[in-house]
Design a binder for this molecule. Sequence first.
Ligand code: AGP
Length: 615
Amino acid sequence: MCGIIGYIGDKKAAPILMDALKRLEYRGYDSAGISTINKNNILVEKDIGKLEEIKEKREKEKNINFEKIEGNVGISHCRWATHGSVTKENAHPHTDCKNMISIVHNGIIENFSALKEKLIQKGHKFKSSTDTEVIAHLIEDNYNGDIEEATRKALKQIEGSYALGIICSKEPNKLIAARNESPLILGLGDKENFIASDVHAILKYTNKVVYLENNEIATLEKNNYSVKNVNGKIINKKINEINWSPELAEKSGYEHFMLKEIHEQPRAITETLNNRIENGNINLKEELDLNDEELKKINRIIIVACGTSWHAALAGEFMLEELAKIPVEVEYGSEFRYRNPIINENTLIIAISQSGETADTLAAIREAKKRNAKVLSIVNVKGSSIDRESDSVLYTYAGPEIGVASTKAFTAQLVVLYLFTLFMGNLKKSLKKEKITDLIEKLRKLPLQMESLLSEENDIKKIADIYKDKTNSLFLGRGVNFPIALEGALKLKEVSYLHAEGYPAAEMKHGPIALIDKNMPVVFIATKDDYTYKKVLGNIHEVKARNGIVIAIATEGDEEVGKLADYVVYIPKTLYILSSILTAIPLQLLAYYVAVDRNLDPDKPRNLSKSVVVE
Ligand code: AGP
Protein backbone atom coordinates (compact mmCIF):
# COMPACT_ATOMS: atom_id res chain seq x y z
CA MET A 1 0.00 0.00 0.00
CA CYS A 2 1.57 3.35 0.87
CA GLY A 3 5.23 3.76 1.83
CA ILE A 4 6.56 5.75 4.78
CA ILE A 5 10.04 6.99 5.63
CA GLY A 6 11.05 9.16 8.58
CA TYR A 7 14.43 10.59 9.56
CA ILE A 8 15.92 12.39 12.55
CA GLY A 9 19.64 13.10 12.90
CA ASP A 10 22.55 15.39 12.16
CA LYS A 11 22.21 15.35 8.41
CA LYS A 12 19.84 17.19 6.13
CA ALA A 13 16.70 15.04 6.17
CA ALA A 14 15.25 15.64 2.69
CA PRO A 15 17.83 13.90 0.45
CA ILE A 16 17.77 10.85 2.75
CA LEU A 17 13.99 10.78 2.91
CA MET A 18 13.67 10.95 -0.88
CA ASP A 19 16.45 8.45 -1.54
CA ALA A 20 14.87 5.90 0.79
CA LEU A 21 11.39 6.66 -0.54
CA LYS A 22 12.52 5.70 -4.06
CA ARG A 23 13.09 2.19 -2.75
CA LEU A 24 9.57 2.09 -1.36
CA GLU A 25 7.85 3.40 -4.43
CA TYR A 26 6.58 -0.06 -5.38
CA ARG A 27 4.19 0.30 -2.44
CA GLY A 28 2.32 3.19 -4.05
CA TYR A 29 3.07 5.65 -6.79
CA ASP A 30 0.07 7.83 -7.47
CA SER A 31 1.47 10.74 -5.46
CA ALA A 32 4.28 11.56 -3.05
CA GLY A 33 5.27 14.14 -0.49
CA ILE A 34 7.72 15.22 2.15
CA SER A 35 7.59 17.31 5.29
CA THR A 36 10.40 18.65 7.46
CA ILE A 37 10.82 21.09 10.33
CA ASN A 38 12.99 24.10 9.66
CA LYS A 39 13.38 26.90 12.22
CA ASN A 40 10.33 25.62 14.07
CA ASN A 41 8.17 25.70 10.95
CA ILE A 42 6.56 22.74 9.27
CA LEU A 43 7.39 22.64 5.56
CA VAL A 44 5.37 20.45 3.22
CA GLU A 45 5.91 19.65 -0.45
CA LYS A 46 3.71 17.17 -2.29
CA ASP A 47 2.38 16.41 -5.74
CA ILE A 48 0.70 13.76 -7.84
CA GLY A 49 2.59 11.29 -10.04
CA LYS A 50 5.56 8.99 -9.65
CA LEU A 51 8.67 10.40 -7.94
CA GLU A 52 10.57 10.80 -11.23
CA GLU A 53 7.62 12.54 -12.89
CA ILE A 54 7.26 14.90 -9.95
CA LYS A 55 10.98 15.69 -10.05
CA GLU A 56 10.94 16.41 -13.79
CA LYS A 57 7.80 18.51 -13.57
CA ARG A 58 9.22 20.60 -10.75
CA GLU A 59 12.56 21.08 -12.45
CA LYS A 60 10.76 22.32 -15.56
CA GLU A 61 8.62 24.72 -13.57
CA LYS A 62 11.73 25.89 -11.65
CA ASN A 63 9.83 24.99 -8.59
CA ILE A 64 11.40 23.75 -5.38
CA ASN A 65 12.74 20.20 -5.44
CA PHE A 66 11.69 17.85 -2.69
CA GLU A 67 15.39 17.14 -1.97
CA LYS A 68 16.16 20.80 -1.32
CA ILE A 69 13.86 21.33 1.64
CA GLU A 70 15.79 22.31 4.78
CA GLY A 71 15.60 20.57 8.16
CA ASN A 72 17.15 17.65 10.08
CA VAL A 73 13.93 15.87 10.90
CA GLY A 74 11.22 14.85 8.50
CA ILE A 75 8.80 12.35 7.03
CA SER A 76 8.02 11.29 3.47
CA HIS A 77 5.33 9.22 1.81
CA CYS A 78 4.36 7.56 -1.46
CA ARG A 79 0.65 6.97 -1.85
CA TRP A 80 -1.64 4.20 -3.09
CA ALA A 81 -5.03 5.88 -2.81
CA THR A 82 -7.76 4.35 -0.66
CA HIS A 83 -9.83 7.26 0.68
CA GLY A 84 -9.95 10.29 -1.59
CA SER A 85 -9.00 10.44 -5.25
CA VAL A 86 -5.51 11.11 -6.59
CA THR A 87 -5.06 14.87 -6.11
CA LYS A 88 -2.35 17.09 -4.68
CA GLU A 89 -4.58 17.92 -1.68
CA ASN A 90 -5.04 14.22 -0.90
CA ALA A 91 -1.33 13.45 -1.16
CA HIS A 92 0.52 13.04 2.16
CA PRO A 93 1.85 14.58 4.43
CA HIS A 94 -1.28 16.08 5.99
CA THR A 95 -1.25 18.89 8.51
CA ASP A 96 -3.54 20.26 11.23
CA CYS A 97 -5.20 23.70 11.25
CA LYS A 98 -2.21 25.47 12.80
CA ASN A 99 0.39 23.81 10.57
CA MET A 100 1.98 22.53 13.78
CA ILE A 101 1.65 18.79 13.14
CA SER A 102 2.51 16.91 9.98
CA ILE A 103 1.75 13.24 9.46
CA VAL A 104 2.12 10.43 6.94
CA HIS A 105 -0.08 7.35 7.14
CA ASN A 106 -0.41 3.88 5.67
CA GLY A 107 -3.68 2.07 6.41
CA ILE A 108 -7.36 2.86 6.70
CA ILE A 109 -9.12 4.74 9.50
CA GLU A 110 -12.51 3.05 9.65
CA ASN A 111 -14.29 5.59 11.90
CA PHE A 112 -12.91 8.64 10.11
CA SER A 113 -16.32 10.02 9.05
CA ALA A 114 -17.64 10.17 12.63
CA LEU A 115 -14.36 11.67 13.91
CA LYS A 116 -14.25 14.21 11.09
CA GLU A 117 -17.78 15.37 11.81
CA LYS A 118 -16.95 15.89 15.50
CA LEU A 119 -13.77 17.78 14.67
CA ILE A 120 -15.57 20.02 12.16
CA GLN A 121 -18.11 20.87 14.85
CA LYS A 122 -15.20 21.89 17.07
CA GLY A 123 -14.02 24.27 14.36
CA HIS A 124 -11.33 22.23 12.59
CA LYS A 125 -10.88 23.03 8.91
CA PHE A 126 -10.12 20.17 6.54
CA LYS A 127 -8.14 20.53 3.32
CA SER A 128 -8.42 17.02 1.87
CA SER A 129 -10.92 14.20 1.56
CA THR A 130 -8.62 11.57 3.10
CA ASP A 131 -9.16 9.57 6.25
CA THR A 132 -5.59 10.45 7.26
CA GLU A 133 -6.13 14.16 7.80
CA VAL A 134 -8.46 13.32 10.67
CA ILE A 135 -5.45 12.02 12.63
CA ALA A 136 -3.55 15.31 12.27
CA HIS A 137 -6.53 17.27 13.62
CA LEU A 138 -7.19 14.75 16.36
CA ILE A 139 -3.58 15.05 17.59
CA GLU A 140 -3.88 18.85 17.42
CA ASP A 141 -7.06 18.61 19.47
CA ASN A 142 -5.25 16.60 22.16
CA TYR A 143 -2.01 18.59 22.12
CA ASN A 144 -0.90 20.03 25.43
CA GLY A 145 2.82 20.49 24.93
CA ASP A 146 3.64 16.78 24.55
CA ILE A 147 3.37 15.27 21.06
CA GLU A 148 3.83 11.69 22.29
CA GLU A 149 0.99 12.03 24.77
CA ALA A 150 -1.26 13.76 22.21
CA THR A 151 -0.62 10.93 19.74
CA ARG A 152 -1.48 8.33 22.37
CA LYS A 153 -4.73 10.10 23.22
CA ALA A 154 -5.64 10.47 19.54
CA LEU A 155 -4.92 6.83 18.75
CA LYS A 156 -7.22 5.68 21.53
CA GLN A 157 -10.08 7.21 19.53
CA ILE A 158 -9.09 5.71 16.22
CA GLU A 159 -10.43 2.45 14.78
CA GLY A 160 -8.63 0.88 11.87
CA SER A 161 -5.15 0.19 10.61
CA TYR A 162 -2.22 2.55 10.62
CA ALA A 163 1.49 2.99 10.33
CA LEU A 164 2.20 6.62 11.17
CA GLY A 165 5.09 9.04 11.02
CA ILE A 166 4.49 12.30 12.88
CA ILE A 167 6.47 15.50 13.42
CA CYS A 168 5.52 18.57 15.44
CA SER A 169 6.97 22.07 14.96
CA LYS A 170 6.88 22.70 18.73
CA GLU A 171 9.08 19.64 19.39
CA PRO A 172 11.56 19.57 16.49
CA ASN A 173 13.81 17.05 18.25
CA LYS A 174 11.27 14.26 18.06
CA LEU A 175 9.96 11.91 15.40
CA ILE A 176 6.93 9.86 16.41
CA ALA A 177 5.99 6.48 14.92
CA ALA A 178 2.96 4.33 15.65
CA ARG A 179 1.65 1.06 14.34
CA ASN A 180 -1.55 -0.96 14.24
CA GLU A 181 -1.90 -3.68 11.57
CA SER A 182 0.23 -1.82 8.98
CA PRO A 183 3.97 -2.60 8.99
CA LEU A 184 6.49 -0.14 10.39
CA ILE A 185 10.06 -0.56 11.58
CA LEU A 186 12.57 1.64 13.36
CA GLY A 187 16.10 1.85 11.96
CA LEU A 188 18.84 2.65 14.46
CA GLY A 189 21.89 4.49 13.16
CA ASP A 190 24.82 6.45 14.53
CA LYS A 191 23.52 9.86 15.66
CA GLU A 192 20.50 9.29 13.43
CA ASN A 193 17.36 7.18 13.50
CA PHE A 194 14.79 6.19 10.92
CA ILE A 195 11.32 4.83 10.46
CA ALA A 196 10.31 2.85 7.37
CA SER A 197 7.54 0.68 5.99
CA ASP A 198 10.08 -1.84 4.67
CA VAL A 199 13.54 -2.66 5.92
CA HIS A 200 15.34 -2.67 2.58
CA ALA A 201 14.54 1.03 2.05
CA ILE A 202 16.96 2.01 4.83
CA LEU A 203 19.55 -0.78 4.59
CA LYS A 204 21.94 1.67 2.97
CA TYR A 205 21.94 3.63 6.25
CA THR A 206 21.64 0.94 8.90
CA ASN A 207 21.02 -2.77 9.34
CA LYS A 208 19.85 -2.48 12.96
CA VAL A 209 16.08 -2.55 13.15
CA VAL A 210 13.31 -2.77 15.71
CA TYR A 211 9.94 -4.15 14.63
CA LEU A 212 7.00 -2.21 16.01
CA GLU A 213 4.05 -4.34 17.12
CA ASN A 214 0.38 -3.39 17.05
CA ASN A 215 -0.59 -0.54 19.37
CA GLU A 216 2.99 0.54 19.98
CA ILE A 217 4.18 4.13 19.78
CA ALA A 218 7.85 5.04 19.36
CA THR A 219 9.55 8.36 20.02
CA LEU A 220 12.80 8.77 18.16
CA GLU A 221 15.41 11.38 18.86
CA LYS A 222 18.79 11.80 17.22
CA ASN A 223 20.62 9.69 19.82
CA ASN A 224 17.95 7.52 21.36
CA TYR A 225 14.50 6.06 21.07
CA SER A 226 11.78 4.59 23.26
CA VAL A 227 8.78 2.39 22.56
CA LYS A 228 5.62 2.47 24.68
CA ASN A 229 2.17 0.97 24.49
CA VAL A 230 -0.94 3.14 24.13
CA ASN A 231 -1.10 3.53 27.90
CA GLY A 232 2.43 4.92 28.08
CA LYS A 233 4.06 1.79 29.52
CA ILE A 234 7.66 1.35 28.32
CA ILE A 235 8.26 -1.76 26.20
CA ASN A 236 11.75 -3.26 25.87
CA LYS A 237 12.33 -4.12 22.26
CA LYS A 238 14.78 -6.50 20.63
CA ILE A 239 17.24 -5.00 18.13
CA ASN A 240 17.53 -7.19 15.03
CA GLU A 241 20.49 -7.23 12.66
CA ILE A 242 19.50 -7.67 9.03
CA ASN A 243 21.91 -9.49 6.74
CA TRP A 244 20.46 -8.48 3.35
CA SER A 245 23.03 -6.45 1.45
CA PRO A 246 21.90 -2.94 0.38
CA GLU A 247 22.95 -3.72 -3.24
CA LEU A 248 20.15 -6.27 -3.46
CA ALA A 249 17.71 -3.39 -3.29
CA GLU A 250 19.31 -1.59 -6.28
CA LYS A 251 18.81 -2.21 -10.01
CA SER A 252 22.47 -3.16 -10.66
CA GLY A 253 22.45 -2.04 -14.29
CA TYR A 254 19.13 -3.66 -15.26
CA GLU A 255 16.51 -1.40 -16.76
CA HIS A 256 13.86 -2.60 -14.33
CA PHE A 257 13.72 -4.44 -11.02
CA MET A 258 11.43 -7.01 -12.62
CA LEU A 259 14.09 -8.01 -15.13
CA LYS A 260 16.82 -7.99 -12.49
CA GLU A 261 14.72 -10.18 -10.22
CA ILE A 262 13.91 -12.63 -13.03
CA HIS A 263 17.66 -12.97 -13.57
CA GLU A 264 18.31 -13.39 -9.85
CA GLN A 265 16.39 -16.66 -9.76
CA PRO A 266 19.38 -19.02 -9.97
CA ARG A 267 20.92 -17.22 -6.98
CA ALA A 268 17.60 -17.09 -5.09
CA ILE A 269 17.14 -20.84 -5.52
CA THR A 270 20.73 -21.61 -4.54
CA GLU A 271 20.30 -19.59 -1.33
CA THR A 272 16.95 -21.19 -0.62
CA LEU A 273 18.56 -24.64 -0.88
CA ASN A 274 21.60 -23.70 1.22
CA ASN A 275 22.03 -25.78 4.39
CA ARG A 276 18.80 -27.62 3.77
CA ILE A 277 20.24 -30.68 2.05
CA GLU A 278 22.29 -32.93 4.30
CA ASN A 279 23.62 -36.45 3.69
CA GLY A 280 21.29 -37.04 0.78
CA ASN A 281 18.24 -35.92 2.70
CA ILE A 282 16.25 -32.75 3.40
CA ASN A 283 16.93 -31.27 6.78
CA LEU A 284 14.35 -28.74 7.99
CA LYS A 285 14.32 -29.95 11.59
CA GLU A 286 16.15 -27.00 13.12
CA GLU A 287 13.92 -24.54 11.28
CA LEU A 288 10.58 -26.15 12.03
CA ASP A 289 9.23 -25.37 15.45
CA LEU A 290 7.09 -28.49 15.22
CA ASN A 291 8.50 -31.77 16.49
CA ASP A 292 8.55 -35.05 14.56
CA GLU A 293 5.58 -36.43 16.48
CA GLU A 294 3.45 -33.37 15.67
CA LEU A 295 4.48 -33.53 12.02
CA LYS A 296 3.87 -37.27 11.66
CA LYS A 297 0.31 -36.82 12.92
CA ILE A 298 -0.58 -34.35 10.15
CA ASN A 299 -3.13 -35.97 7.88
CA ARG A 300 -4.46 -32.92 6.08
CA ILE A 301 -2.95 -29.62 4.94
CA ILE A 302 -4.74 -26.40 4.04
CA ILE A 303 -2.63 -23.86 2.18
CA VAL A 304 -3.75 -20.21 2.32
CA ALA A 305 -2.32 -17.44 0.15
CA CYS A 306 -3.21 -14.69 -2.34
CA GLY A 307 -2.28 -13.85 -5.93
CA THR A 308 1.01 -15.32 -7.10
CA SER A 309 1.56 -17.01 -3.75
CA TRP A 310 -1.80 -18.72 -4.24
CA HIS A 311 -0.51 -20.11 -7.54
CA ALA A 312 2.53 -21.45 -5.70
CA ALA A 313 0.10 -23.06 -3.25
CA LEU A 314 -1.65 -24.90 -6.11
CA ALA A 315 1.67 -26.29 -7.31
CA GLY A 316 2.44 -27.21 -3.68
CA GLU A 317 -0.84 -29.14 -3.49
CA PHE A 318 0.28 -31.17 -6.47
CA MET A 319 3.72 -31.88 -4.95
CA LEU A 320 2.46 -32.81 -1.48
CA GLU A 321 -0.27 -35.11 -2.75
CA GLU A 322 1.85 -36.74 -5.45
CA LEU A 323 4.97 -37.36 -3.37
CA ALA A 324 4.20 -37.07 0.34
CA LYS A 325 0.68 -38.51 -0.08
CA ILE A 326 -0.92 -35.95 2.23
CA PRO A 327 -4.36 -34.57 1.23
CA VAL A 328 -4.15 -30.83 0.55
CA GLU A 329 -6.68 -28.06 -0.02
CA VAL A 330 -5.80 -24.62 -1.28
CA GLU A 331 -7.72 -21.54 -0.15
CA TYR A 332 -7.64 -17.86 -0.98
CA GLY A 333 -6.64 -16.00 2.19
CA SER A 334 -9.59 -13.67 1.67
CA GLU A 335 -12.16 -16.49 1.54
CA PHE A 336 -10.85 -18.76 4.28
CA ARG A 337 -12.03 -16.75 7.27
CA TYR A 338 -15.49 -16.17 5.87
CA ARG A 339 -16.24 -19.87 5.62
CA ASN A 340 -16.39 -22.38 8.37
CA PRO A 341 -13.21 -24.32 7.70
CA ILE A 342 -13.08 -27.76 9.26
CA ILE A 343 -9.86 -27.99 11.21
CA ASN A 344 -8.75 -30.54 13.74
CA GLU A 345 -5.56 -31.18 15.70
CA ASN A 346 -4.08 -33.10 12.77
CA THR A 347 -4.63 -30.32 10.25
CA LEU A 348 -1.65 -28.14 9.34
CA ILE A 349 -2.19 -24.68 7.88
CA ILE A 350 0.52 -23.48 5.51
CA ALA A 351 0.45 -19.75 4.71
CA ILE A 352 2.50 -18.50 1.77
CA SER A 353 3.46 -14.85 1.39
CA GLN A 354 6.37 -12.99 -0.14
CA SER A 355 5.85 -9.80 1.86
CA GLY A 356 4.55 -11.46 5.01
CA GLU A 357 2.17 -8.52 5.32
CA THR A 358 -0.78 -9.44 3.07
CA ALA A 359 -3.84 -8.59 5.17
CA ASP A 360 -6.04 -11.37 3.72
CA THR A 361 -3.43 -14.06 4.40
CA LEU A 362 -2.75 -12.67 7.87
CA ALA A 363 -6.48 -12.72 8.65
CA ALA A 364 -6.63 -16.37 7.52
CA ILE A 365 -3.74 -17.24 9.85
CA ARG A 366 -5.48 -15.57 12.78
CA GLU A 367 -8.68 -17.47 11.99
CA ALA A 368 -6.78 -20.75 11.84
CA LYS A 369 -5.05 -20.05 15.16
CA LYS A 370 -8.39 -19.23 16.76
CA ARG A 371 -9.37 -22.75 15.77
CA ASN A 372 -6.22 -24.13 17.41
CA ALA A 373 -4.51 -25.09 14.17
CA LYS A 374 -0.73 -25.02 13.86
CA VAL A 375 0.43 -22.52 11.25
CA LEU A 376 3.58 -23.00 9.18
CA SER A 377 4.42 -20.07 6.94
CA ILE A 378 6.58 -19.75 3.85
CA VAL A 379 7.74 -16.15 3.92
CA ASN A 380 10.38 -14.02 2.20
CA VAL A 381 10.50 -11.02 4.53
CA LYS A 382 11.95 -11.83 7.94
CA GLY A 383 10.35 -9.99 10.80
CA SER A 384 7.12 -9.40 8.85
CA SER A 385 3.75 -9.84 10.56
CA ILE A 386 3.13 -13.31 9.11
CA ASP A 387 6.63 -14.37 10.12
CA ARG A 388 6.00 -13.26 13.68
CA GLU A 389 2.49 -14.63 14.04
CA SER A 390 3.15 -18.12 12.69
CA ASP A 391 4.06 -21.13 14.82
CA SER A 392 6.81 -22.05 12.44
CA VAL A 393 8.42 -20.44 9.38
CA LEU A 394 10.38 -21.66 6.38
CA TYR A 395 12.03 -18.72 4.62
CA THR A 396 12.46 -18.26 0.92
CA TYR A 397 15.87 -16.67 0.56
CA ALA A 398 14.97 -14.69 -2.55
CA GLY A 399 16.28 -11.39 -1.15
CA PRO A 400 14.25 -8.18 -1.37
CA GLU A 401 11.69 -8.26 -4.18
CA ILE A 402 11.01 -4.72 -5.36
CA GLY A 403 9.20 -5.24 -8.68
CA VAL A 404 5.47 -5.25 -8.00
CA ALA A 405 5.07 -8.39 -10.10
CA SER A 406 6.40 -11.27 -8.06
CA THR A 407 8.97 -13.42 -9.90
CA LYS A 408 11.93 -14.73 -7.91
CA ALA A 409 9.84 -15.05 -4.74
CA PHE A 410 7.44 -17.32 -6.66
CA THR A 411 10.03 -19.85 -7.81
CA ALA A 412 11.65 -19.75 -4.36
CA GLN A 413 8.23 -20.56 -2.85
CA LEU A 414 7.94 -23.55 -5.21
CA VAL A 415 11.35 -24.77 -4.08
CA VAL A 416 10.45 -24.49 -0.38
CA LEU A 417 7.23 -26.40 -1.03
CA TYR A 418 9.24 -29.09 -2.79
CA LEU A 419 11.71 -29.27 0.13
CA PHE A 420 8.87 -29.56 2.62
CA THR A 421 7.25 -32.25 0.47
CA LEU A 422 10.41 -34.37 0.48
CA PHE A 423 10.89 -33.77 4.20
CA MET A 424 7.35 -34.91 4.96
CA GLY A 425 7.58 -37.80 2.47
CA ASN A 426 10.59 -39.07 4.37
CA LEU A 427 9.04 -38.52 7.79
CA LYS A 428 5.77 -40.21 6.88
CA LYS A 429 7.61 -42.94 4.96
CA SER A 430 5.65 -42.25 1.80
CA LEU A 431 8.90 -41.76 -0.13
CA LYS A 432 11.70 -44.30 -0.30
CA LYS A 433 15.29 -43.24 0.37
CA GLU A 434 16.41 -43.95 -3.25
CA LYS A 435 13.52 -41.91 -4.62
CA ILE A 436 14.41 -38.98 -2.34
CA THR A 437 18.03 -39.16 -3.50
CA ASP A 438 16.89 -38.90 -7.12
CA LEU A 439 14.46 -36.07 -6.35
CA ILE A 440 17.22 -34.12 -4.60
CA GLU A 441 19.73 -34.71 -7.35
CA LYS A 442 17.36 -33.19 -9.92
CA LEU A 443 16.55 -30.32 -7.58
CA ARG A 444 20.24 -29.42 -7.26
CA LYS A 445 20.48 -28.98 -11.03
CA LEU A 446 17.81 -26.30 -11.11
CA PRO A 447 19.98 -23.15 -10.63
CA LEU A 448 22.25 -24.08 -13.56
CA GLN A 449 19.27 -25.05 -15.70
CA MET A 450 17.68 -21.70 -14.89
CA GLU A 451 20.81 -19.94 -16.04
CA SER A 452 20.79 -21.70 -19.38
CA LEU A 453 17.08 -20.91 -19.78
CA LEU A 454 17.70 -17.24 -19.03
CA SER A 455 20.29 -17.14 -21.79
CA GLU A 456 17.45 -17.78 -24.29
CA GLU A 457 15.97 -14.41 -23.37
CA ASN A 458 16.30 -12.96 -26.88
CA ASP A 459 13.96 -15.58 -28.34
CA ILE A 460 11.30 -14.58 -25.84
CA LYS A 461 11.84 -10.91 -26.65
CA LYS A 462 10.97 -11.73 -30.28
CA ILE A 463 7.86 -13.65 -29.25
CA ALA A 464 6.73 -10.65 -27.20
CA ASP A 465 6.57 -8.64 -30.47
CA ILE A 466 3.52 -10.56 -31.61
CA TYR A 467 1.52 -9.08 -28.73
CA LYS A 468 1.89 -5.55 -30.13
CA ASP A 469 -1.58 -5.45 -31.69
CA LYS A 470 -3.23 -8.08 -29.51
CA THR A 471 -5.73 -7.56 -26.72
CA ASN A 472 -6.20 -11.08 -25.30
CA SER A 473 -4.23 -14.20 -24.59
CA LEU A 474 -4.86 -17.68 -23.22
CA PHE A 475 -2.41 -19.64 -21.05
CA LEU A 476 -2.93 -23.40 -20.90
CA GLY A 477 -1.16 -26.05 -18.87
CA ARG A 478 -1.96 -29.26 -17.02
CA GLY A 479 -1.09 -30.93 -13.74
CA VAL A 480 1.71 -29.17 -11.93
CA ASN A 481 1.93 -26.72 -14.83
CA PHE A 482 -1.70 -25.59 -14.59
CA PRO A 483 -0.81 -23.15 -11.76
CA ILE A 484 2.03 -21.89 -13.95
CA ALA A 485 -0.48 -21.16 -16.72
CA LEU A 486 -2.50 -19.14 -14.17
CA GLU A 487 0.66 -17.36 -13.08
CA GLY A 488 1.69 -16.61 -16.68
CA ALA A 489 -1.71 -15.02 -17.31
CA LEU A 490 -1.54 -13.01 -14.09
CA LYS A 491 1.95 -11.71 -14.92
CA LEU A 492 0.80 -10.58 -18.37
CA LYS A 493 -2.31 -8.88 -16.96
CA GLU A 494 -0.39 -7.15 -14.20
CA VAL A 495 2.37 -5.56 -16.21
CA SER A 496 1.02 -5.24 -19.76
CA TYR A 497 -2.71 -4.61 -19.04
CA LEU A 498 -3.63 -7.22 -21.68
CA HIS A 499 -6.52 -9.47 -20.90
CA ALA A 500 -5.24 -12.98 -20.22
CA GLU A 501 -6.76 -16.13 -18.75
CA GLY A 502 -5.17 -19.31 -17.50
CA TYR A 503 -6.95 -22.68 -17.83
CA PRO A 504 -6.18 -26.36 -17.53
CA ALA A 505 -5.51 -27.18 -21.20
CA ALA A 506 -8.31 -29.73 -21.36
CA GLU A 507 -10.86 -27.18 -20.17
CA MET A 508 -10.38 -25.17 -23.37
CA LYS A 509 -12.95 -27.26 -25.21
CA HIS A 510 -15.53 -26.46 -22.52
CA GLY A 511 -15.76 -22.80 -23.45
CA PRO A 512 -12.60 -20.76 -24.08
CA ILE A 513 -12.18 -22.41 -27.50
CA ALA A 514 -14.91 -20.05 -28.73
CA LEU A 515 -12.41 -17.20 -28.34
CA ILE A 516 -9.85 -18.64 -30.71
CA ASP A 517 -9.19 -16.91 -34.00
CA LYS A 518 -6.17 -15.53 -35.80
CA ASN A 519 -5.79 -12.78 -33.22
CA MET A 520 -5.55 -15.04 -30.19
CA PRO A 521 -2.08 -16.00 -28.94
CA VAL A 522 -2.35 -19.20 -26.91
CA VAL A 523 0.56 -20.08 -24.66
CA PHE A 524 0.79 -23.83 -24.08
CA ILE A 525 2.95 -25.36 -21.40
CA ALA A 526 3.60 -28.57 -23.29
CA THR A 527 6.55 -30.14 -21.52
CA LYS A 528 7.15 -33.88 -21.99
CA ASP A 529 5.70 -36.11 -19.29
CA ASP A 530 4.11 -39.52 -18.90
CA TYR A 531 0.78 -38.05 -17.92
CA THR A 532 -0.87 -35.52 -20.21
CA TYR A 533 1.71 -34.53 -22.85
CA LYS A 534 -0.14 -36.33 -25.68
CA LYS A 535 -3.44 -34.73 -24.68
CA VAL A 536 -1.85 -31.26 -24.69
CA LEU A 537 -0.56 -31.93 -28.22
CA GLY A 538 -4.18 -32.62 -29.17
CA ASN A 539 -5.18 -29.26 -27.70
CA ILE A 540 -2.46 -27.53 -29.75
CA HIS A 541 -3.95 -29.11 -32.89
CA GLU A 542 -7.37 -27.79 -31.91
CA VAL A 543 -6.01 -24.24 -31.63
CA LYS A 544 -4.09 -24.49 -34.91
CA ALA A 545 -7.24 -25.75 -36.65
CA ARG A 546 -8.92 -22.50 -35.65
CA ASN A 547 -6.01 -20.29 -36.80
CA GLY A 548 -4.90 -19.38 -33.28
CA ILE A 549 -1.26 -18.43 -32.68
CA VAL A 550 0.53 -21.10 -30.64
CA ILE A 551 3.43 -20.29 -28.36
CA ALA A 552 4.72 -23.47 -26.74
CA ILE A 553 6.95 -23.99 -23.73
CA ALA A 554 8.42 -27.41 -24.49
CA THR A 555 11.15 -29.76 -23.29
CA GLU A 556 14.47 -29.47 -25.11
CA GLY A 557 14.75 -31.85 -28.00
CA ASP A 558 11.00 -32.15 -28.51
CA GLU A 559 10.67 -31.85 -32.27
CA GLU A 560 7.01 -32.71 -32.37
CA VAL A 561 5.95 -29.57 -30.53
CA GLY A 562 8.55 -27.64 -32.54
CA LYS A 563 6.76 -28.57 -35.77
CA LEU A 564 3.29 -27.81 -34.48
CA ALA A 565 3.74 -24.49 -32.69
CA ASP A 566 4.32 -21.08 -34.24
CA TYR A 567 6.89 -20.23 -31.57
CA VAL A 568 8.70 -22.50 -29.10
CA VAL A 569 10.77 -21.89 -26.01
CA TYR A 570 12.64 -24.94 -24.78
CA ILE A 571 13.29 -25.68 -21.14
CA PRO A 572 16.02 -28.07 -19.96
CA LYS A 573 15.01 -31.66 -19.14
CA THR A 574 14.02 -32.21 -15.53
CA LEU A 575 11.52 -34.18 -13.47
CA TYR A 576 7.90 -33.48 -14.32
CA ILE A 577 7.22 -32.16 -10.82
CA LEU A 578 10.15 -29.74 -11.04
CA SER A 579 9.31 -28.56 -14.56
CA SER A 580 6.94 -25.94 -13.09
CA ILE A 581 9.91 -24.12 -11.55
CA LEU A 582 11.47 -23.78 -14.99
CA THR A 583 8.36 -23.15 -17.12
CA ALA A 584 7.53 -20.10 -14.96
CA ILE A 585 10.63 -18.26 -16.19
CA PRO A 586 9.81 -17.81 -19.93
CA LEU A 587 6.33 -16.65 -18.95
CA GLN A 588 7.79 -14.01 -16.61
CA LEU A 589 10.10 -12.82 -19.39
CA LEU A 590 7.24 -12.78 -21.89
CA ALA A 591 5.13 -10.56 -19.62
CA TYR A 592 8.12 -8.29 -19.00
CA TYR A 593 8.94 -7.78 -22.69
CA VAL A 594 5.31 -7.30 -23.71
CA ALA A 595 5.07 -4.51 -21.10
CA VAL A 596 8.31 -2.91 -22.30
CA ASP A 597 7.13 -3.11 -25.95
CA ARG A 598 3.98 -1.28 -24.92
CA ASN A 599 6.04 1.44 -23.20
CA LEU A 600 4.77 0.49 -19.78
CA ASP A 601 6.74 0.47 -16.56
CA PRO A 602 6.64 -3.16 -15.37
CA ASP A 603 7.97 -2.20 -11.94
CA LYS A 604 5.01 0.03 -11.20
CA PRO A 605 1.89 -1.31 -12.86
CA ARG A 606 -1.14 0.92 -12.49
CA ASN A 607 -3.48 0.42 -9.53
CA LEU A 608 -1.28 -2.21 -7.90
CA SER A 609 0.80 -2.22 -4.77
CA LYS A 610 3.51 -4.64 -3.70
CA SER A 611 2.03 -5.55 -0.35
CA VAL A 612 -1.71 -5.37 0.04
CA VAL A 613 -2.20 -4.56 3.70
CA VAL A 614 -5.92 -3.84 3.50
CA GLU A 615 -8.58 -6.53 3.37
C1 AGP B 1 2.15 -10.80 -7.70
O1 AGP B 1 2.71 -10.50 -8.93
C2 AGP B 1 1.15 -9.86 -7.23
N1 AGP B 1 1.63 -8.53 -7.21
C3 AGP B 1 0.24 -10.27 -6.11
O2 AGP B 1 -0.68 -11.16 -6.66
C4 AGP B 1 0.86 -10.91 -4.83
O3 AGP B 1 1.38 -12.17 -5.14
C5 AGP B 1 -0.22 -11.01 -3.74
O4 AGP B 1 -0.67 -9.74 -3.41
C6 AGP B 1 0.27 -11.74 -2.51
O5 AGP B 1 1.37 -11.10 -1.96
P1 AGP B 1 2.28 -11.79 -0.85
O6 AGP B 1 2.96 -12.95 -1.49
O7 AGP B 1 3.25 -10.71 -0.45
O8 AGP B 1 1.38 -12.21 0.27
